[in-house]
Design a protein around this ligand. Sequence first.
Ligand SMILES: [Zn+2]
Length: 273
Amino acid sequence: MPGWIDTHCHLDAPEFDADRDRVRERAAQAGVRHLVIPAVARAHWDAVVQLARRHGDSYALGIHPLYTPQAREEDIAQLRHMLEQLRDDPHLVAVGEIGLDFFVPGLDAGRQAWFYEQQIALAREFGLPVILHVRKSSDHLLKVLRARPVAGGIAHAFNGSAQQAGAFVDLGFKLGFGGAVTYDRALKLRELAATLALESLVLETDAPDIPPHWLYATAGQRAAGQPQGRNTPAELPRIAAVIAQLRGLTPQALAEATGSNARAALRGLPALG
Ligand SMILES: [Zn+2]
């Protein structure tokens, strides 16, 4: 087996404070050889850099749309400064996680758009790909990317239409699939995961978010005392097995294809081999 790459894992999240190194170790034991850790806010940037270096993983630096309410305009200047300082760091693979979220209520759309556009400008300045958060926002994200193209990247946890998928692919993006495809009722998403051109697909857990169905506890189960299972990067091979089955591929063939797709999408990911 060539090993798996988790292209989107928030290993710096507080959910992993108690056992972060153990979580990374269990992922390695499960065959997950490389993680991409996207930052969500300025307060996380240093930690993400150190964490990725410690385990030989990769990181992206950016401001996530859900963190724009507390972000400050000067964070953009600081991001630029860090990208300049770290431009030769082989562990730096993208600007991210950036994007727009038109699903979560109460976010200022104009403010989100400002941070998104500023970070697209930085990605262009430094020639870096981007890791995109796309939630009910494909068309707006695409409009900005068409006007100001970047060096590709990943539309993570993709859940749009086949047409929107094609538009991201045309702009040089790969699409990230993870725990959401493990739910039988996710018919449209499973259809897309089964039919999308293989060279456009990358794998992710988004841990600790988006638990696969075997970790998910319904509201009723939680009320009865069953805790929500914590998603970790070690779930990637099992999520991948679902996608491999949907596509009629062996896990090995899927690992090889998605690994080379991830290397094509992000600069400088190591070859596993
Ligand atoms: Zn994320």
